[in-house]
Design a protein around this ligand. Structure first.
Ligand SMILES: Cc1ncc(COP(=O)(O)O)c(C=O)c1O
Length: 186
């Protein structure tokens, strides 16, 4: 095992873990140290089935050679290029490929770095759209009870999970919530 992966409890204080009871976790840490296909390996050598596909980000499987090689090759060739006033061919190619598989009428792509950023951006696009068509007073957002939309300000404002919003107000005004979709009686 590499030194990088040897973690002792003394090393754990700086990282503030999201959605985690930090004190409890750090008293009895559970560490993944590697992954392959649909399994993780823990620091004590156990193989664990990754039933959430890496929180839904590793849907094609962990550490697949084809994907690893593509990441390595791109990082060696052009690791980053700005999207402000400049471009690079691959981002256009990816946008075109996404449009090809998206439903008809969804023909533009705006890239973001996370779901929370996507939700905040979508809220802004919705308001910007109505303003651009001359209906700037159309500002109210409709969301659903129990809906999760990330932890950014916009996503929290439309969140239907009260516990997530509770400690951070005031959030965006003018948000209504429809009932959630899980109704066993209908
Ligand atoms: C509907 C929806 N919106 C927003 C998010 C937040 O995404 P992220 O954790 O990448 O910020 C998620 C994440 O599960 C989501 O399912």
């Amino acid at each position: 095992m590499s030194n990088r992966l040897k973690v002792t409890p003394n090393d754990l204080s700086a990282f503030w873990m999201p959605f985690t009871a930090n004190r409890q976790f750090k008293q009895a840490p559970r560490m993944f140290v590697s992954a392959k296909d649909m399994h993780y390996t823990t620091s004590d050598g156990r193989k664990v089935l990754d039933g959430t596909a890496g929180l839904w980000c590793v849907n094609a499987g962990h550490c697949r050679p084809k994907i690893t090689e593509a990441i390595q090759q791109q990082a060696a060739e052009l690791d980053y290029a700005p999207a402000f006033q400049m471009g690079h061919p691959i981002v256009f190619e990816l946008a075109n490929r996404l449009v090809d598989i998206a439903p008809k009428g969804m023909d533009h792509v705006f890239f973001t770095n996370s779901g929370s950023e996507s939700v905040d951006t979508a809220l802004k696009i919705a308001r910007g759209y109505h303003r651009a068509r001359g209906d700037a007073s159309r500002t109210r957002f409709i969301s659903r009870a129990k809906g999760y939309h990330g932890m950014g300000w916009g996503g929290l404002s439309v969140s239907g999970i009260f516990r997530h919003r509770r400690d951070f107000g005031p959030l965006l005004p003018e948000v209504d919530h429809l009932p959630h979709t899980h109704d066993p009686d209908t």
